[in-house]
Each structure stands twice: as structure tokens, then as C-alpha cells.
Ligand binder design. Structure first.
Ligand code: AMP
Ligand code: MN
Ligand code: MN
Ligand code: MN
Length: 280
């Protein structure tokens, strides 16, 4: 039987809304190979692993690392990492501290703009896990500052808006090094979302490859068919393996469905080509 893959998903260990075990049970049995890739944390993996074993699917331990490159935030997925690796954990810990500092600044800026208690609200929603803009967005939504997550992001949380504070993220080379130290494969997430020119994208791919990066997310939850074809070609050209993932954050977002993705375009070498996956 053909295996279905979803190699980019979030749980409540970061800004997803489902607990890791709920995510796994929702994914199975439609998906046979699921990666949990929370933002700058591996805290959900143990629970997801246990649930995957119960559900009879493969769980790929993963992470989505926030980096700064070319004046933008670029997300790098680590797939097949050892979550116990101390080099990786030290790096992720640093980013979570930076997330906390950024959250304090976001809270202050929102307060200056007439929205009190946002830090406490976001922290209550994150329940001590990797704190991010998604938690502020949910808080703002609950307080009636917009009708959808997209709207509160647009009004308050994106660059140029009152609640935007840039993150102190990892360098691209650091993220790749942490992932490799933990035995994983580094993959550039959702390349269509950075708004880079072709030339800048080319530079990113070349630098990433030279640093030891291995893959490109050719199919991502939100990307168009023509974009997927273009990224498939570029992956081939740069010797990058192709990955696919929905970037699922929970059932509230109708645009991103768990595992509902077309097959990789023809001619791609899948990132899982040498993974030891017994049929499930
Ligand atoms: P952070 O890593 O804390 O800066 O938050 C980034 C996350 O915010 C992304 O992974 C998405 O889940 C979410 N996000 C970013 N921009 C938007 C947007 N315009 N609409 C909805 N969610 C967004
Ligand atoms: Mn997210
Ligand atoms: Mn991302
Ligand atoms: Mn993601």
C-alpha cells in the first residue's frame, strides 16, 4: 500500500491546538508517517511517540527551528532528530528564552496600545510551553480584537503592527548544526512564504546546502500547484531532497488539513528515500 506522509505538524507543545496524542489519533489511519515539528521545542514528542505506537503509525521526531536569514525569519525543520541530544536541546532552550523575552516586549507594546494583560493571557494559553505569537493571537481573538486568527495577526502581530517585535533567532548555520548533531535532516520549511526574490531564494538554497542542509519542503499546506512544481525543479537543481507537510495547527484552521496533500511532483527524490520504514 502507498504510504501517506505528513512531515510538518504542530501540537499544544507550541502553537498547535491539539495535544500531541490527539494530533496522532486524528492523523491515523489516513497518514502512516507523521512528523511532529513544534516551534523550538521537542516537548511533545514522547507523548506523540506513545500514541503513534498505539495507533500503529510511524512518528518521526521533529522540530521547526526559527532562524534569521536575509533580514527575515526562515523556518528550518529538523526531521528524524534525537530529542535527547544535548547540543540540540541547548540551542532550543536558548530560543525559548528569546521567545520569552520577545513575549514580554510584545505584552508591553500591546499595553501601550490600550490592550492590557496580553502577556499573562498568552502565557495562560501556552501552559508553559514554547510561547509564541499564536498564543497572543488566540488571546486577542478571545478578547474580541478580531474575528479570525488571520485578522488579529494582520492587525497586531505582523511586521509594522503594534504588537510586532522581531525575535532573536538562531543563525541558519546554527540551526543546521544542531539538527545534524542530533542525527536529523535539515529541511527549509514553506519556501513560498518568505517573499524572497528568485535570486535571494537561490542564495538561500546554496548557503543552506553548503551548511549541510538536505531538504526543501516542496509541498506545504498552503502552497499552490505551480509553486510546488517550481520548488520541485529547484530542489532537483540544488541536490535537495523533497519533503511534504501540511503545517497543521489544529482543526480551527480550515485551510490546512492534516495529511491532505497531493503526491510529490514527478522526479523528486523524497527526503524519506532511505528511511527504514516497515509497512504499517
Ligand atoms: P512565532 O514563531 O511565535 O513568531 O509565530 C509564528 C507562527 O504564527 C506561525 O508558525 C503561524 O502558526 C502563525 N502565523 C504567522 N503569521 C500568521 C498569519 N498571518 N495568520 C495566521 N497565523 C500566522
Ligand atoms: Mn505556528
Ligand atoms: Mn513555519
Ligand atoms: Mn510550522
Amino acid at each position: 500500500m502507498m504510504m501517506r506522509f505528513d512531515l510538518h505538524t504542530h501540537s499544544s507543545a507550541s502553537d498547535g491546538s491539539l495535544a500531541p496524542n490527539e494530533l496522532v489519533h486524528r492523523a491515523a489511519p489516513g497518514i502512516q508517517v507523521l512528523a511532529l515539528t513544534d516551534h523550538d521545542t521537542t516537548a511533545g514528542i514522547a507523548e506523540a511517540r506513545a500514541a503513534a505506537q498505539q495507533a500503529g503509525i510511524h512518528l518521526i521526531p521533529g522540530v521547526e527551528i526559527s532562524t534569521s536569514w536575509g533580514g527575515r525569519t526562515v523556518h528550518v525543520l529538523g526531521l528524524g532528530i534525537d530529542p535527547e541530544n544535548p547540543v540540540l536541546q541547548a540551542g532550543l532552550q536558548r530560543l525559548r528564552v528569546a521567545r520569552h523575552r520577545r513575549a514580554e516586549a510584545i505584552g508591553k507594546q500591546l499595553a501601550q496600545n490600550g490592550i492590557p494583560d496580553a502577556l499573562a493571557g498568552a502565557q495562560a494559553l501556552s501552559q508553559g510551553q514554547s510561547l509564541g505569537r499564536g498564543h497572543f493571537a488566540r488571546f486577542l481573538l478571545q478578547r474580541g480584537y478580531g474575528a479570525t486568527m488571520g485578522e488579529v495577526f494582520q492587525r497586531f502581530l505582523i511586521r509594522g503592527r503594534p504588537g510586532y517585535v522581531p525575535g532573536e533567532w538562531a543563525q541558519l548555520g546554527e540551526a543546521v548544526a544542531w539538527i545534524r548533531a542530533a542525527g536529523g535532516q535539515a529541511v527549509i520549511a514553506h519556501p513560498a512564504r518568505y517573499g524572497f526574490s528568485s535570486l535571494k531564494m537561490l542564495r538561500l538554497f546554496e548557503e543552506f546546502k553548503a551548511l549541510g542542509g538536505e531538504g526543501l519542503e516542496v509541498l506545504s499546506g498552503s502552497c499552490r500547484e505551480d509553486e510546488a512544481q517550481r520548488f520541485a525543479q529547484q530542489a532537483r537543481k540544488h541536490g535537495l531532497l523533497a519533503s511534504c507537510g501540511s503545517d497543521y495547527h489544529g482543526p480551527e484552521d480550515p485551510r490546512r488539513n492534516l495529511g491532505k496533500m497531493p503526491s510529490l511532483p514527478a522526479g523528486c527524490s523524497p527526503i524519506w528515500q532511505h528511511w527504514p520504514l516497515a509497512p504499517k
